[in-house]
Design a protein around this ligand. Sequence first.
Ligand code: ADP
Length: 450
Amino acid sequence: MFDKILIANRGEIAARIIQVLKDRGIGTVAVYSDADADAPHVALADEAVRIGPAPVRESYLNQDAILDAAHGSGAQAIHPGYGLLSENAGFARRCADAGPVFIGPGPAAIEAMGDKAQARATAKAAGVPVVPGSDGPVDDAEAAAIAERIGYPVLVKAAGGGGGIGMQLVKKPGKLERALASCRDRGASSFGNPAVYIEKYIESPRHIEVQVLFDQHGHGVHLFERECTLQRRHQKVVEEAPSPFIEAYAHLREALCGSAVAAARAIGYVNAGTVEYVVGPDGGFYFIEMNTRLQVEHPVTEMITGVDLINWQVDIAAGAKLTLEQSDLRIDGHAIECRIYAEDPDKRFMPQPGTLGAFLPPEGEGIRTDAGYRSGQAVTPYYDPMLAKVIAHGPDRGTATARAQGALEHFVIEGITTNRAFVRSVLAEPAFAAGAFDTGWLERYAKGRG
Ligand code: ADP
């Protein structure tokens, strides 16, 4: 086992990883930018190394500075968290070549899933249903022919994409050429990859994903699904496990989760990963991509399974055998996560940097709050404006919802406008209680509030 691990991240996820490692008696090294010198993750770690100025390019994405900090501090492994360097195959390769150990999959798996056009082909070959569409990157003529065959509306997506960037919905043939051009431009400027591919647009879909965990010895399990349909601008806001939708279909969970294990196995996947699907109103499910890292919303899975994913990530990276068996894993109750952002729902959700007054995360039965901020701290414009995740667990969905609402009500956040009341209002909606929503619901609800 490792004696010391560097955490190449910030905010709530860095704080949470550090806490897990401390509980195990493993030494921790935080890294920080100038904007984060007094952030909680820095205070929590045994050691902390400055890696550069505030902008992420010069600090949290600065591979040389992070590797220097690891070598200088004697850390034997790096946990990348999510975002930032977590899905950077080049960084994983540098770690694989010269150390320290990268806590995550190998560079080949990151690459195989990082090109989304290629990932579709890989999933298809493994027998996983994919959205009807192209088998790889397309030129204009191929795109037109495929769109004609699968029928409009279609989605044009950037092969290197992420965060919905570049994605274009095309409703009729006359608009296709322009969408292809604009998606290529966005792909090239945001990801350095102009390749685009095309998919049928699934109407009124849900976004459901499956957590998998594989060790280095070929043993893997899934930890059931997460419902992540409540999104704004492709940003998840409320996530839950299990999915209220899946329950309505016999055998759907087995088929969905089984196909996620097959997709991961097909690329020799190691460590924690998530296979994402769009699911149609008829229960048809289609692979869209695999995230080769820990997800923001991993706590809902932890709460319903009792499995600590970060603990397993560390053990697996150290070569340990995964001792979980599929037949031992059970769903215990229901969990709901609410992401609390420094943003103003009344000003089109504009980020709200500033300085926090009192910041007192809620506690209570079934409540877990993963926070990356403390009272009096500055929220700068340099990073994602997520302040905390409030996760509520209960024996059933109604109890989990009530607990989440209570926790949001008691979350004291002064000095900065947040989406706390907005999220509470979502949880109080009849559509939420009924589990009756699609990926467009939250956007429509936000607009309709007036
Ligand atoms: P990114 O990697 O850029 O986030 P994804 O492929 O994961 O892009 O898609 C982002 C979101 O777009 C999904 O969560 C889903 O809501 C929606 N989406 C993606 N593909 C389809 C599709 N074929 N039909 C309908 N909605 C889709």
